[in-house]
Design a protein around this ligand. Structure first.
Ligand SMILES: [Zn+2]
Length: 327
């Protein structure tokens, strides 16, 4: 199923029927009750749209603006300008080895990461920043709560096609404030709460050449001679009075959260006891985090993947926000 965010389905029904938001939501709730909890809110909204004859997918043929690319599309055409380019990486999964290349493109509606698999990845070497690219027959998916565009052997990539220009607007993702008990899968929001528990950081050996996990006894399968660097992940629990949620932080966010640089982190790795003092200092402190609420399918729970860490939220600002939200 194409993943159209709930709000978008709601808007679509609203603009294509006589019903107001309350009526639509009542119908959705009724449908969920009718199916006794066997269906998600999104799923119920899809059914209601179908019942009302509201076409949800009409904008999904031909060229799409980046903001309209939703996870699960099979045949995407998009025109964008390259804003960032990464190196071609080689990977090996079991007996399968291959190449992967990625870059970021933007248009007037936003940016998206584009990933190329197989021989098409070689095209990366022909690309420069600010090139305009026309991508056809790509597919879209979700990765860690972010939309991505993927290209395979079927896909085509045209560099600087005649007569095509692109204006890039970097859309700063506005992270609206939400309470923890309001969080839903895919929300890209800000939460404010108290750190009530945290776990020891976990360290991972990474290949300095391809930046992938070095899984072969601390060596990269493809670059066994390359030095190892470390990345880390830290889990904590944040409570805002409405509920609590597991926070997942990766390298940069861990460094910001613990006020350490990479060197400091490696000291913690060598001397894990030094972490307990840091932990005591952070427990009970109020922090503001930006990030995405993501469903961890293995444990069937919602987690918050932080991408911004603010250890000293300004109390005045926060009170103002609370008052705004109360209106
Ligand atoms: Zn490697």
């Amino acid at each position: 199923m194409i993943k159209i965010p709930y709000e978008q389905v709601l808007d679509k029904i609203k603009s294509n029927s006589e019903l107001g938001t309350e009526d639509i939501e009542a119908k959705i709730k009724q449908k969920m009750d009718q199916l006794s909890g066997l269906i998600s809110k999104e799923g119920a909204a899809h059914i209601i749209a179908n019942e009302l004859g509201v076409q949800l997918y009409d904008q999904f043929s031909g060229r799409l603006q980046i903001k309209n690319i939703l996870p699960g599309l099979r045949d995407v055409e998009v025109l964008g300008k390259i804003t960032q380019k990464y190196e071609v990486k080689e990977f090996k999964v079991g007996e399968r080895a291959g190449k992967m290349g990625s870059f970021v493109i933007g248009d007037e509606t936003g940016t998206i990461r584009a990933v190329m698999w197989g021989d098409i990845a070689e095209k990366l070497n022909e690309l420069k920043k600010d090139d305009v690219v026309k991508i056809t027959a790509a597919y879209s998916r979700e990765n860690n709560g972010y939309k991505e565009l993927h290209m395979n052997e079927r896909s085509e990539l045209e560099i600087n096609p005649d007569g095509e220009t692109v204006e890039v607007k970097i859309v700063e993702e506005k992270q609206e404030r939400k309470k923890i008990n309001e969080l839903k899968q895919g929300d890209n929001v800000e939460v404010l709460g108290t750190i009530v528990d945290m776990f020891d950081p976990k360290f991972f050996e990474m290949c300095s050449e391809c930046n992938k996990r070095a899984k072969n006894e601390g060596k990269c399968e493809l670059h066994p001679e390359s030095p190892i660097t470390y990345s880390y992940v830290l889990n904590a629990f944040l409570d805002d009075g409405t509920d609590n949620i597991r926070i997942v932080m990766f390298k940069e966010q861990v460094e910001a959260f613990l006020s350490q640089n990479n060197e400091g982190m490696l000291k913690i790795k060598e001397n894990p006891e030094s972490f307990s003092e840091m932990k005591q200092n952070l427990l009970g402190s109020i922090v503001k985090l930006g990030g995405k609420a993501v469903n961890n399918q293995m444990f069937d729970r919602l987690e918050f993947i932080a991408n911004k860490v603010d250890l000293t939220p300004d109390p005045k600002e926060e009170i103002k926000k609370m008052e705004e939200n109360a209106i």
